[in-house]
Each structure stands twice: as structure tokens, then as C-alpha cells.
Design a protein around this ligand. Sequence first.
Ligand SMILES: Nc1ncnc2c1ncn2[C@@H]1O[C@H](COP(=O)(O)OP(=O)(O)O)[C@@H](O)[C@H]1O
Ligand SMILES: [Mg+2]
Length: 333
Amino acid sequence: MKLDSAVVSLLGLDPNQTSVSSAGGGGMSSASTCKITTKTPDGGDMQYFMKTGKGREAEIMFEGEDASLNAIHNAVPTLCPKSFGHGKFADTTGKSFLVTDYLDLSGRGAPSVGMSMAEKLAKLHTTPAPTPKGYDKPQFGFAVPTCCGDTPQDNTFSSSWADFYANSRLRFILNQSKKSNGSDKQLESLVEQTCTQVIPRLIGDKHLNSGKGVTPVVVHGDLWSGNASAGRLPGMTEPEDIVFDSSACYAHSEYELGIMKMFGGFGASFLSEYHKLVPKTEPVDEYPDRVALYELYHHLNHHALFGGGYRSGAMSIMRNLISKYGDSDKSEL
Ligand SMILES: Nc1ncnc2c1ncn2[C@@H]1O[C@H](COP(=O)(O)OP(=O)(O)O)[C@@H](O)[C@H]1O
Ligand SMILES: [Mg+2]
């Protein structure tokens, strides 16, 4: 396989000393993966990981993933690969790429040294978000759209976490779902009730932490067990707990826990270690319902992406939350 000249120039490689091979390990998105190996001036080998994809979708996906990986890498360098950049191929039209550190993966649950996943995630979730250009304080959202699966998400900055979650996550994904699955009045009505009744009551800015609200922090955004592993980043002699394939944004830290709960793999001992470092948000007794509210987004996203089966999980979470936190008229549940 010949390496595209746009990648050669981005990385400053010598094409005669560089080869490209398949990276194997297919993920959940439509991107293809490969490994770039090049000789360093001291005679050693250096490797990069490259994703490639077609069309505008891939361009958006890689721009988001580049910014996501670097937002995490800058806060906790040992947690995820850094991105070297993204762009369009020069020698083939309509194709884009993303190049990152190569991870030597040893698999989920394999022995690891250094900080644990809980410690690294806690460090990430206690590093305050930077203030975006043009704003006077940190915001919820992200500078670019990011993809969770193949869905490009709206990350428009907001000073209100509740507004961001209602508009840029739940209402946004319901619209995507309408495009892929057609109109669904029952689902639409429950999402709207969740946004207007449950969200203000459960994660309203004046409700959390006794009126102090929550501080935006970087979250991975797609942290299911398939995007976490033990592995070696460049410079690591032993495997550590690492993550990859992120769709980051600046969010309430508990937002991360929704997808982690949905797909499992982060059990009670993980959570107890993590919450010693990142205490649950107040009111603590509503924590399970907040995590369910955050899990809801991923059921709706999976419904938008894959249809059918994921609708019932979303409906049951919404019915439960509306019956607890909604207004008194529950006739539509
Ligand atoms: N930086 C990397 N180095 C080596 N292998 C990687 C790296 N990132 C991901 N992979 C492997 O490639 C697979 C697909 O990558 P991933 O980023 O998860 O993409 P997808 O969006 O397709 O799920 C992963 O499951 C993992 O096995
Ligand atoms: Mg993945």
C-alpha cells in the first residue's frame, strides 16, 4: 500500500523508509484503519495509527476525533493517543485521514501498570475545561462537531449544562432519529417531556450542587468497553489502562457514566475507586436517575443509528424518569 503524499508531508516522513499495513481490529464506525511504520534516524522503528474514510462524513468525523483525542491527551497524557492531525488525501479524491500515536494493545483486563483507569478518568474529570476563544468563562460543548458512532453531534457552546443536554443531545438526536426512522409521535412526546420537565428538575443549573451547578470538564464521550483497553503508548515500556476513539466535549462529569453503565464493563469496584476521587454530584440520592438520564442519550443515538431494538430501552428510561420527576399529568406515559 502506498502512503498518500498528504500524510507523508504532515508527518515529515521519508517515503523510502516507510510502509503501510492493515491494523486489523475493526471498530464500530465506517472508518478503515492501518498502521504506518517508518525508520527513525537512529535506525529504530516508529509507528503511527491511521484511519481513512470517504466523503464529507469522514472529514467531519476525523476533525472531531483529532480535537477529542488531543483534549484528553493534553489533560492526561497517559490516557489516550495524541493526534498528529487530519486532512484530505492529495493523491486520491474524496478520502480523508486521521493520524495518531500507535497503541500496542494487549486487551481489556490484561495486566497494566501506572495509574488505573479510575485514577486517570478521575484526573480527566477534575481538570477544568479551558475557556473557548471569544468567551469569558468555560462553556459546555466543544469547538467542533464530534461523532458518536457515525452520528455527527452538535456541540454548540452553552453556559447552561441543562440547555446543552436538552438541545444539543436529546432534541438533536431525536431529529437524527426522525431522519433515519421516520416520525414517531410517542417517542417525540416523551423526549419533549423529558426536556421540559425532567431535565430542569434533575440537572437544572440551579439544582445541582446546592445551586452552584457543575463545572465543565473534558469527557471521552463514547466510553463503552470496546474503546478502553490495556496497551502501550509510545514511550511506555509496560501496558497501562488507556482509551481511544473518543467523541469528547466539555460536560458534567457524570455524563460519561451513562454509556459506561449501558454497555457494562465498568463495575462496582471501578465506580467505588472513581467516586473516592470524583465525589457524586449533589443531591447524591438522585445520582442513579441522572446516570439513567445520561444513558438515555445513547439509547436514542443507537436507535437513530441502528433502529428497532433500542427504542424500548429509551422509552422505559423516559417513562420511569417522567413518572418520578415529571408534572402531574402522566396520561401519555
Ligand atoms: N491508536 C491506535 N493504535 C492501534 N490500534 C488502535 C488505535 N486506536 C484504535 N485501534 C484499534 O482499532 C479499532 C477501531 O478503532 P476505533 O478508534 O475504536 O474506531 P471505530 O470508530 O471504528 O470504533 C479499535 O477497536 C482498536 O482495536
Ligand atoms: Mg471504537
